[in-house]
Design a protein around this ligand. Structure first.
Ligand SMILES: Cc1cc2nc3c(=O)[nH]c(=O)nc-3n(C[C@H](O)[C@H](O)[C@H](O)COP(=O)(O)OP(=O)(O)OC[C@H]3O[C@@H](n4cnc5c(N)ncnc54)[C@H](O)[C@@H]3O)c2cc1C
Length: 344
């Protein structure tokens, strides 16, 4: 089959890789110039800093095997087993509920994980899918679906996978003309709500590097502080500071400069006043950081045998990198069995 996947983050990339390996002709359409979605790395003073996901852990064998392979290939590395903890008044070496666990990160920013996964499929980047046209069993047309791109060109395919946030998936499904079939899915994903957050990356001239790798925070407007220099063995301090969703809701309307100042103010209570004296900064606004009420299914499928369409992503099953991976992986396993006899 010719398969068009919308979205080049972990769920779309793993589904694409596995379906391409099974002989399907896969193209991923990505609206941004860079791949990875919420795996986002920015370069600041020559350092690659993760302003999206900064680290992850492993809970399933499927994801564990994948991570092991990525580690062997040099795309990911082991980072820490425990993080420091801020309880709202003081900084502790470990949190009260800490269970020593292996956490991983990228070797040169986590976005490079997406880049390394993209080599198995064709990617059309900077191409936004604006809608879908259902052709179905019209035999005068060769393919069952048209993905309409916002530059007014179209991509024709036999099957579509939407690997975006629930909000983007909702917008795309609303354009499907065969409304009755898509209504069930639309009703479900319309209910998914997201939290937002800010990530502030900052570099420093500071000679002395922090002696912690990351700080999990409670009773604060800050949720997490990552010592990015410890991932890179850099000789210059670099942090990524993530706000809580509550901070995001309260301050999202403010200017970037005001938000940066407020985040530094909060972070200075945790790590010290030196955080104010940054060299360079980058503020990332994540409107759709994390699904508050994920759907309890790993993927959803439109039941049209002549025109397969499925939804994958982290909001199906949870809100973690591993969920996104398992969602794409499980759909690819299902489709590999279902469509093995289909020829291109
Ligand atoms: C600040 C932050 C911290 C996080 N911390 C953790 C953590 O500690 N542990 C953990 O496990 N996870 C964490 N996550 C979550 C993790 O990053 C996500 O679960 C995972 O990256 C989601 O992948 P996905 O495949 O669902 O899609 P996404 O990353 O949401 O990507 C969707 C892709 O679709 C593209 N797209 C959307 N609409 C269109 C369109 N119309 N046309 C073409 N392309 C389109 C987007 O540009 C994007 O590239 C964090 C995320 C953020 C932002």
């Amino acid at each position: 089959m010719v398969i068009g996947i919308i979205g080049a983050s972990i769920s779309g990339l793993i589904a694409g890789k596995r379906l391409a390996e099974a002989g399907h002709d896969v193209t991923i359409i990505e609206k941004s110039r860079s791949l990875g979605g919420r795996l986002k790395t920015v370069k600041l003073d020559d350092l690659n800093l993760d302003v999206g996901l900064t680290h992850f852990d492993v809970n399933t064998n499927t994801f564990g095997s994948f991570v092991k392979k990525q580690e062997e290939e040099g795309a990911v590395q082991k980072w820490a087993k425990e993080f420091n903890y801020y309880d709202g008044t003081k900084l502790l070496d470990v949190g009260p509920n800490s269970d020593s666990h292996q956490y991983y990160t990228g070797t040169n920013g986590l976005q490079s994980l997406a880049e390394s996964m993209s080599r198995w499929v064709d990617i059309k980047s900077e191409e936004k899918a604006g809608g879908l046209t259902y052709i179905g069993p019209d035999r005068s047309k060769k393919r069952s679906w048209m993905i309409n791109l916002t530059d007014i060109s179209v991509f024709e395919c036999d099957a579509v996978i939407i690997a975006t946030s629930a909000v983007d998936a909702y917008g795309l499904l609303q354009t499907v003309q065969n409304k009755t079939e898509s209504r069930r899915i639309i009703r479900h994903i319309d209910e998914v709500r997201y939290d937002g957050c800010f990530s502030l990356a900052a570099t420093y001239n500071k000679q002395e590097l922090p002696d912690w790798k990351g700080i999990e925070c409670e009773n604060s407007a800050i949720k997490w502080i990552s010592n990015e220099s410890s991932k890179l063995n850099a000789d210059q301090a670099a942090l990524v500071i993530q706000s809580t969703p509550a901070f995001y809701r309260e301050h999202a309307h403010k200017s970037d400069d005001e938000i940066k100042e407020l985040i530094f103010e909060e972070a200075s209570d945790i790590v010290g006043s030196w955080v104010h004296h940054s060299k360079s900064t980058y503020l990332q606004n994540w409107k759709y950081f994390k699904a508050k009420n994920p759907i309890n299914e790993y993927f959803m499928e439109l039941e049209l045998d002549d025109a397969p369409l499925a939804l994958i992503g982290d909001y199906l099953g949870g809100f973690s990198l591993e969920n996104a991976f398992v969602s794409g992986y499980n759909l690819s396993e299902y489709w590999k069995k279902k469509y093995t006899e289909v020829t291109v």
